[in-house]
Design a protein around this ligand. Sequence first.
Ligand code: FES
Ligand code: FE2
Length: 406
Amino acid sequence: MNDMTKLQPMPWKTTVDESKLPPLPPIPRRRYLDEDFYQLELKHVWRKVWLLVGHETEYEKPGSYRLLDLDLAPVVVVRGKDMKIRAFLNSCQHRGATVLKEKEGCAPVMSCQYHGWTYSLEGKLVGVTQPDTFPHLNPGDYDLPELRCEQWGGLIFINFDKEAQPLREFLTKSVLDRYSPIFESPLRVVWRHAWDFNCNWKLPTDAFREAYHIETIHKKTVFQMIDCQRATTDMNHNGHDTITVPYWPKQAMQEGEWDAIPVLSKLAPLPLAATPEFTANVIEPNIFPNFSMAFQGVGFPIFSFWPVSVDRSRVEVLWLGVDWGDAPKSAEWETLIAGSSIVAEEDLGNLMSIQKSLAADPDKGIPLATKEIAIYQLHAEIDRLIGPENIAPELRVPDILRDFYA
Ligand code: FES
Ligand SMILES: [Fe+2]
């Protein structure tokens, strides 16, 4: 047995009294299938809200960059000479070729491979090949289009909407108060990975918004550690929520086959991990629309879910751990990441067959348990942003949980 077995559950005050919930209308299956609805999501959700794209430690020095190959638009996130991290469309303003091609790297300038136009790390057009062939060009009109880019601690978010509310307002005060101590701590990227699936982006998103599946899908892994039947949900405005799952009491802790559990006690935790809320529970915040994590004291995976088309999606995991400074990276991380990948594959293994089965009988609805209210909340927030009047009546999910939002 390991130190985790000493943890005792603490009562967590949830904002949602499940006995007071109204009946939840089933979620129409066509929301995962319908091209028009998908286009509404792109326009009113994905191009309007803040989207997590990485952690500042991935951008070590001026010129460090990463490309985001999104269905929404090609984007480059790059650290400038002034050390500020910015996001631009990866689209040369001459005839649209990409200004950086490798998925990540470090470049002194952004230089288009087509005809060689060059942009500074701050997005200014600084070089036009054979400038005398453009006698009427005003270079100031052709800087790279910049996207909004703001940080929450070390986390970097972008927004395609120039008029969007500031990131911190979008996150809401209760989310900031609760989780800023995590994201403002010294963290480091331990692992980054991506999977592509033939399914709508909401299927993997839904999978991280309930603990109902833990006892079955994760029976040999996380279920050994946490008691999903006592999971609670609290919901915030703007579509954010948290699932809180208590650790088993000592006497009920299982001796499982999942060797990630003993590793947790061998790595240095964040100070916050010693507070009662975090010693008693695995805390799983979901930040709307596409960011889910499971805080485990020494670090956590952040899963992001991206649309590729109506029936294709990409799931990215960004595994952040407590920064180990100049010390060598502990071998324990490998064990933990391997254990975490098993869990991810358990979560994601069903998705493509679910998509097919929804498509095979598209007019049904998906009934939700009280333990699945965060899924309902996700869908209701999507509709709030699209505007119900823009959605076919048979596809709508009415916002009936508003009174439960903190
Ligand atoms: S498209 Fe970039 S220089 Fe021509
Ligand atoms: Fe899961």
